[in-house]
Design a protein around this ligand. Sequence first.
Ligand code: SDX
Length: 394
Amino acid sequence: ETGLFTYDPGFTSTGSCESKITYIDGDAGVLRHRGYAIEDLAENCDFLEVAHLLLRGELPNAAERDTFESTITHHTMVHEQLTRFYQGFRRDAHPMAIMCGVVGALSAFYHDSLDINDPHHRMVSQHRLIAKMPTIAAWAYKYSTGQPFMYPKNNLSYAENFLHMMFATPCDEYKVNPVLAKAMDRILILHADHEQNASTSTVRLAGSSGANPFACIAAGIASLWGPAHGGANEAVLKMLSEIGHKDRIPEFIKRAKDKNDSFRLMGFGHRVYKNYDPRAKIMSQTCKEVLDELGVHDEPLLQIAMELERIALEDEYFVEKKLYPNVDFYSGIIFRAMGIPVSMFTCLFALARTTGWIAQWGEMIEDPHQKIGRPRQLFTGVAERKFVALADRP
Ligand code: SDX
């Protein structure tokens, strides 16, 4: 009865595209940005160097780096009227809801960077989005606390500025701990770009219609919010807290393997990595460095996470299905130790991923052959049938 129509074989069901920005070998657990291994970038660069690499295709030399950092620094403020946008949200609004709204609203303020056919407009919108995301994200947190917004400071680095805007108040300067700032900067690098994941594909698809860059990034934020994607870091913390003690881990491993149970081990598994996510290894090491710096020993959630990882990696189900910890497994423990509330975890992911999104958007827009995205389908509905008037329907 069902008429199956063949779909355009040229378009894979996952929607493939060409890109020069990020390379992943899921079986080998390899991640490279413009040819450089994520391990080398995380160890030797800061976030703005990697942002320059993603956007321009090359690591900056000293002069280029200073110019890029100055450009980004001098775009960190937002139009003052945007502060009123926050007032429209309930104080308990999820910060990702605020990010979706405020970032989309940037389209209404920056008319001199909306024309996607103008290379200068494109570049300015890229700089503005990278520069303003920490401010917008930090202010979403401040709004939830009832504290006044803290403005960015031009003498601080990208990561330091975010921590300052999160935790300083008009009454107290926030003394940036260099170890925490370095850890935050490295975490931003680890989240910067990741090939054609769900949110990047969302940004590309939105951009392929000619939508302005701010609206496209708002679409990416919406897609990232899901617990199967960027929302997983928040979900991992909730899962570890629900497990509560190492003794309960087997119960949750059993549930994760039960096809009739919707429970998944959050922070585990990946559509592409069938080996250890290289970002998770660096995140795990960073987690230990941060906890040591803060003098937090035997952090219970870290102990549960490490034991959960040990058990899962020895379990034949997870081995057979090639399920390993992913980038989200340890990040939440670090954020929590830094005093960042769970509700802000995915905002941090969005803050970092904006650079990858806007680099991928730029690559697509600059391709003279690009067309509007139009995924096809395999029709599985009812084949054609004759119309039945209302009076004749049984
Ligand atoms: C991110 O794409 C990206 O690059 C994303 C990302 C990025 O940087 O942009 O890396 C960021 O989103 C990381 C993923 C964060 N999500 C989570 O940690 C949520 C928990 N993970 C699962 O929901 C899951 O692993 C997904 C969604 C990430 C992937 O799911 P898939 O595509 O179904 O994975 P798969 O096809 O490899 O699964 C193989 C099998 C399946 O069982 P079968 O259908 O073969 O019987 O393993 C099962 C899955 O059901 N499985 C899990 C599991 N993940 C997959 N079983 C238990 N626990 C899990 N976590």
